[in-house]
Design a protein. Structure first.
Length: 82
């Protein structure tokens, strides 16, 4: 499931980058912004609507770790797309 979600996210980013040339020119900033967006959508939209049905609660260290991981994820997608 995680792989499928990752492919969908990369596909949406790819489609957006073909429509908006600014995304391709500033791929690093776009990738970092993508990662932040993915973090918030996954944790505050997808997880609460899933069968888990609990609101995410993070300690500061978990928040920093998850945010760093998602920003890296976004940067990797942006790098490959450029």
């Amino acid at each position: 499931m995680q792989l499928a979600i990752s492919i969908v996210i990369a596909s949406v980013y790819f489609t957006a980058s073909r429509q908006i040339s600014l995304i391709r020119r500033h791929w690093l900033a776009s990738g970092l912004i993508l990662g932040v967006g993915v973090f918030f959508v996954m944790n505050y939209v997808v997880v609460p609507l899933s069968a888990v049905a609990r609101f995410p609660h993070f300690t500061l260290s978990h928040l920093i770790e998850n945010m760093a991981a998602m920003r890296l994820f976004g940067t990797i997608i942006a790098w490959f797309e450029r």
